[in-house]
Design a protein around this ligand. Structure first.
Ligand SMILES: NC(=O)c1ccc[n+]([C@@H]2O[C@H](COP(=O)([O-])OP(=O)(O)OC[C@H]3O[C@@H](n4cnc5c(N)ncnc54)[C@H](O)[C@@H]3O)[C@@H](O)[C@H]2O)c1
Length: 316
């Protein structure tokens, strides 16, 4: 046993914010991010209520959690007993109303769409206890705008986890215009309890992470679109030349090209600046259903392996 994740949740959770007696945590969306967020909280012994509108997405999300836990057991990062305990901490729901009962915190990680998030937060505000904190994992949509559809804007905050959640240390914590200091402190404190490193930022389109990352990804796609170099060449330049652990095109495939497009559109609309306009090739690929790893093809072909070993047929 090399390194063991220490459970710090529920019983041991002595937050100094006395008004927040820690109850359960609901996670909305069981996709790429939602299942990782659920996994991480559950591993630190929080009781998690994982909600998705789609039964199939819940099933796939739980399968991913099991696969990732198995990998951690194989690498001796956790024991088989830790795995079983983590899984026992997660319950699944297809109804938001049922899934948010008895929760201190809801982390929304549904599809990146402002209209959808507004609808979800309106419902959350109606069905959650008055003291429940509502966090969103949005990559770019304004926290202040999301908070504006609720009657509790002080209790709405951005909790932007990175992909893959069980591994990546950073949580970008976004303070909306009305987010209270108590809610900010609670969220920072909770992030530390699950062994993440929180960084506090303010609420402007793309926050910090994507404001810097997405123009780089978009420029890489533009470089490919302009015929300057191929997929593997662009990624190799950035990996070997800039010491990036993976190339920007591969990273875009991992994030999901639809997610990248949504984020760029939010920044384009938010800043009214053409430098954020998504490359037409990215738009075309999303329209064609080539979304990266999750659809099996993006800039690379994932039909045989998730390792981006083969450039997609389109770009060979
Ligand atoms: N993919 C990334 O690398 C990444 C990184 C950080 C943040 N984010 C953000 O996380 C959020 C989720 O992204 P993702 O990549 O996990 O998306 P995804 O497409 O993998 O999963 C979204 C899930 O939300 C579910 N959903 C849609 N509407 C719902 C509703 N009304 N109620 C409950 N569930 C609903 C879908 O069925 C799907 O399972 C987005 O806001 C995205 O911007 C993504």
């Amino acid at each position: 046993m090399k390194r063991k994740a220490r459970p710090l949740g529920n019983a041991q959770n002595n937050t100094n914010l006395k008004q927040y007696v820690m109850k359960n945590i609901a996670v909305i969306g069981a996709g790429t991010m939602g299942n990782g967020i659920a996994h991480t909280f559950a591993q630190f012994n929080y009781k998690v209520q994982l909600i998705d509108i789609s039964e199939a997405a819940l099933k796939k999300g739980m399968e991913t959690i099991i696969k990732n836990l198995d990998r951690m057991v194989a690498k001796e990062k956790i024991s088989e007993a830790d795995k079983l305990k983590t899984l026992a901490n997660i319950t699944t729901f297809t109804s938001i109303k049922e899934g948010v009962k008895n929760t201190s915190l809801v982390v929304e990680a549904a599809t990146e769409n402002a209209v959808l998030k507004a609808k979800i937060f309106k419902e959350l505000d109606e069905v959650c206890d008055a003291e429940t904190i509502l966090a969103t994992n949005t990559s770019s949509i304004s926290i202040t705008q999301i908070a504006g559809v609720t009657k509790r804007p002080g209790k709405v905050i951005g909790m932007h986890f990175m992909n893959p959640v069980p591994i990546m240390k950073l949580v970008e914590i976004i303070r909306g215009y009305n987010t209270s200091d108590d809610v900010m402190n609670f969220t920072v404190d909770l992030s530390k309890k699950i062994h993440k490193i929180p960084v506090e930022v303010n609420d402007y389109p793309g926050f910090v992470a994507n404001r810097i990352l997405m123009p780089m990804i978009n420029e890489s796609i533009e470089t490919l679109y302009n015929g300057v170099a191929g997929v593997a060449e662009i990624d190799t330049v950035m990996m070997l030349g800039m010491a990036h652990p993976m190339g920007p095109l591969q990273l875009a495939d991992f994030i999901g090209l639809d997610v990248c497009l949504s984020i760029l559109n939010v920044m384009y609309d938010g800043f009214k600046n053409p430098k954020y306009a998504p490359c037409p090739l990215l738009v075309n690929m999303v329209n064609a259903g080539k979304l990266g790893v999750k659809s099996g093809e993006g800039f690379y072909d994932y039909s045989e392996s998730r390792k981006a070993e083969k450039v997609a047929k389109m770009f060979r």
